[in-house]
Design a protein around this ligand. Structure first.
Ligand code: TRP
Length: 446
């Protein structure tokens, strides 16, 4: 049985905090220990350059994040652990994908759109201070994923759109350059949303996040950890007054580290009016009990940067040999970056294959307006005649938008959209092929 490949990227733009630990690191390492899984963890340092243009911070963050994952139990002899920029294939694949990625799709990426919206709100030019790096972010991320044909990518909700884009670019590439089913170049990845892992509140009660500056660094020294925990915002209920566990940041943090029994006991203590100082003290002890041994590991690792450097380089070297280099050889061949000494006899068939399905509109001698859906050399669908070019065009618009879901096959080769007869299947064509061809448009306009 081939293992399920699970891939996780971490942007090297900050210092890991408790929210990262509970929401990403701890569950990811738990998953990696399950049987039948091949895990890929990498430091997304190319991505970091989009946000952080301070070299020392990129370097420091890369070291801290690498040391954090190792300290938390990542075993580089059992999982792939590497740095994005150690794989030149990432860049090469980014370009190949750039050339199939729809610009219109990238226009709709949340991060880019948010930047444009902010500029509009401030009366600036749409693309003011937007780099092409931010715009291309999803293509680089797709390359990370498709380079290893990952099946599953655990992500937060904000990243789902990026996985959908990776699927789209991979699918387009497969469609343009791939052979029959089963010989595609790319596996289409799925986003995995961890529903049951907690989102931790930060010091101010909003989600713990470096963008809110409300984080508790995972490996803050014990004294700092204590100070930060005691600075968590609470309400002003006095000792002895019953406290609302469900609306308390202190309780939520406690729950993320405690067993079910400990949590139940803390819930009772809240109802009994535990003082905030006492609750925070218990929270501090509970977190420190879990973190202290890891912190010790972390400090030992941080003191050995050359060792970590070697580990990462070694991971990348093995990965390149096993996956990345052979894949890029195939992809270069696929797109036509080829050895000129080896002439390919099938140049013609390749060029006809290399086309997306298109609608062709034309007028017949009967004065009516028609269209065909054509995929390469093959006519898939032949429309009925329309009185005007506009109605024909509107129908094409609907087919592109709605996709094949509403299509039905009526008497033998007739095709209906809802109740309306719109055309017929060309000889030897099955409705499923039309549905699949329409999916290409639907993805484009999603
Ligand atoms: N964009 C991800 C984040 O900000 C990091 C990332 C880069 C990533 N490449 C990836 C995550 C590939 C998963 C797969 O969190």
């Amino acid at each position: 049985m081939t293992p399920i490949r699970v891939l996780t990227g971490i942007t090297t733009s900050g210092t890991p905090h408790l929210g990262n630990y509970v929401g990403a690191i701890r569950p990811a390492l738990a998953t990696s220990r399950q049987p039948g899984i091949e895990s890929f963890y990498f430091l997304a340092d190319y991505h970091a350059l989009i946000k952080v243009q301070e070299p020392a911070r990129v370097q420091r963050s890369t070291l801290e994040i690498a040391a954090t994952w190792l300290a938390c139990g990542l075993d580089p002899s059992k999982v792939w652990f590497y740095r994005q920029s150690d794989l030149p294939e990432t860049n090469e694949l980014t370009w190949l994908l750039t050339c199939v990625a729809g610009k219109g799709i990238l226009n709709r990426a949340h991060a880019y759109k948010a930047a444009v919206d902010r500029n509009r709100a401030e009366g600036q030019d749409d693309d003011y201070a937007v780099t092409a790096g931010l715009f291309m972010y999803p293509v680089l991320m797709a390359a990370d994923i498709l380079l290893f044909n990952a099946h599953k990518v655990p992500v937060g909700r904000d990243q789902i759109q990026h996985i959908e884009m990776a699927r789209d670019f991979g699918q387009r590439f497969n469609h343009l350059y791939g052979g029959p089913a089963g010989t595609e170049y790319f596996t289409l990845p799925e986003a995995v949303i961890e529903e049951h892992v907690a989102t931790l509140p930060g010091l101010d009660g909003r989600k713990m996040s470096k963008s809110y500056d409300n984080t508790i660094p995972l490996f803050a020294p014990r004294a700092t950890l204590k100070k930060l925990i005691f600075s968590i915002v609470t309400d002003s209920r006095a000792p002895g007054e019953a406290k609302d566990a469900d609306n308390s940041n202190v309780f939520q943090l406690y729950q993320a580290f405690a067993t079910a029994d400990e949590t139940a006991a803390m819930r009772n203590a809240f109802a009994d009016g535990i003082a905030w100082g006492e609750a925070k003290q218990q929270l501090f002890e509970r977190i420190d009990a879990e973190i202290a041994p890891l912190r010790e590991q972390y400090e030992a690792l941080i003191a050995k940067p050359a060792y970590i450097e070697q580990l990462l380089r070694d991971g990348a070297a093995r990965l390149r040999a096993q996956y990345a280099t052979p894949l890029l050889l195939r992809l270069r061949e696929a797109v036509g970056l080829r050895d000129l000494g080896k002439q390919v006899a099938t140049a013609k068939t390749v060029s006809t294959q290399a086309s997306l399905p298109v609608f062709k509109q034309y007028r017949e001698a009967d004065g009516k307006f028609y269209f065909k859906l054509v995929d390469g050399d093959r006519v898939l669908l032949q429309s009925v005649g329309h009185e005007s070019a506009r109605t024909a065009g509107q129908l094409i618009g609907r087919l592109k938008q709605e996709g094949g879901a509403a299509l039905q096959q009526a008497e033998t080769v007739a095709v209906k959209l809802g109740e309306e007869l719109i055309g017929h299947l060309h000889e030897g064509v099955e409705l499923a092929e039309i549905v699949e061809a329409l999916a290409q448009f639907a993805v484009e306009d999603a």
